[in-house]
Design a protein around this ligand. Structure first.
Ligand SMILES: [Zn+2]
Length: 230
C-alpha cells in the first residue's frame, strides 16, 4: 500500500503501518492529556494504542496463516487508523475455505480474550462492573474487553468485513457464487448506511469505516460479476 512504512516481518509476511497512523497516536496522546493535564496519561494512552495495533496484527495474521493452509499467500499486512488489512493473493471461491479464513481472525481475538480473562484473575472479575476505563480498569481486563469488542465488531455481517464473508460463504453453499455475493453486498451496504448514522451520533470513525465497506463491497461485487458471470 502506498504511503506505508514497513515495521516488521512476521511468518514471512511484511507488516506495514500507514503514514496516517502516527496521527492516531498523536490524537490519543492529546485527547487523553486534556482531561487531567498529566503527561503520563498521554504516554499510557499512546502505549495502549500500540498494544491495540499489536492485537490487530495478530488478528490479520490469523487470516493470513489460515489462507496459507489453502496455498494462498498474503502479499502484506497494513495497519490503518481504522484497522488492519491482510492482502491475500486471491479470495477463494470455495465457501468452506472462505469461511475458515474469515473466522480465523476473530478466533484469534476470542483466544486472546480468554487469555486476558485468565490473566485478569479469571472468575473473580465476573459480576463486577466491566465498564471499559483505560485508567481505572485493570490492564488485563481492558485488553479482554478490547478483544471481545473486536470479535463482535468484526463479525457484523457487513461484507467485505469478516462477518460479511461468513455470510457470503454460507449463502454460496446454497446459491450461485454471484448471487451470494450480490446479497452479501446489499446487506453490507445496509450496514454501511447504519454505520454512517451511528457515526454522526457517536464516533466519526464509523463513517470512515462505512466508506471503506461500501467501496470494498462494490469493488468485490464487480470482480465477482467478471470472474463468475453466472
Ligand atoms: Zn478480520
Amino acid at each position: 500500500m502506498r504511503w506505508s512504512l514497513r515495521v516488521i516481518r512476521l511468518a514471512g509476511i511484511d507488516v506495514y503501518v500507514h503514514a496516517t497512523f502516527p496521527l492516531l497516536l498523536l490524537w490519543a496522546g492529546v485527547t487523553n492529556y486534556q482531561d487531567r493535564r498529566w503527561w503520563l496519561d498521554s504516554v499510557f494512552a499512546m502505549g495502549f494504542v500500540l498494544v491495540l495495533f499489536g492485537i490487530i496484527v495478530l488478528h490479520e495474521l490469523g487470516h493470513a496463516l489460515a489462507a496459507r493452509r489453502y496455498g494462498i499467500p498474503t502479499r502484506d499486512i497494513t495497519l490503518l487508523p481504522i484497522g488492519g488489512v491482510a492482502r491475500l493473493e486471491r479470495i477463494p471461491d470455495i465457501p468452506r475455505q472462505e469461511l475458515v479464513i474469515a473466522l480465523a481472525g476473530p478466533s484469534v481475538n476470542v483466544a486472546m480474550a480468554i487469555l486476558f480473562f485468565l490473566l485478569a484473575g479469571g472468575t473473580r472479575i465476573l459480576g463486577r462492573d466491566l465498564d471499559f476505563n483505560l485508567f481505572a480498569g485493570g490492564l488485563f481486563t481492558n485488553l479482554m474487553l478490547v478483544n471481545l469488542a473486536l470479535t463482535v465488531f468484526n463479525l457484523v455481517p457487513a461484507f467485505p468485513m469478516d462477518g460479511g464473508r461468513v455470510l457470503r460463504a454460507i449463502l454460496a453453499t446454497r446459491l450461485s457464487y454471484l448471487r451470494a455475493t450480490e446479497i452479501a453486498t446489499r446487506v453490507g451496504q445496509v450496514f454501511a448506511l447504519l454505520f454512517v448514522a451511528l457515526g454522526f451520533r457517536y464516533n466519526p470513525m464509523l463513517i470512515v469505516i462505512a466508506v471503506f465497506i461500501w467501496i470494498g463491497a462494490v469493488r468485490e461485487r464487480a470482480m465477482v460479476r467478471f470472474t463468475h458471470p453466472i
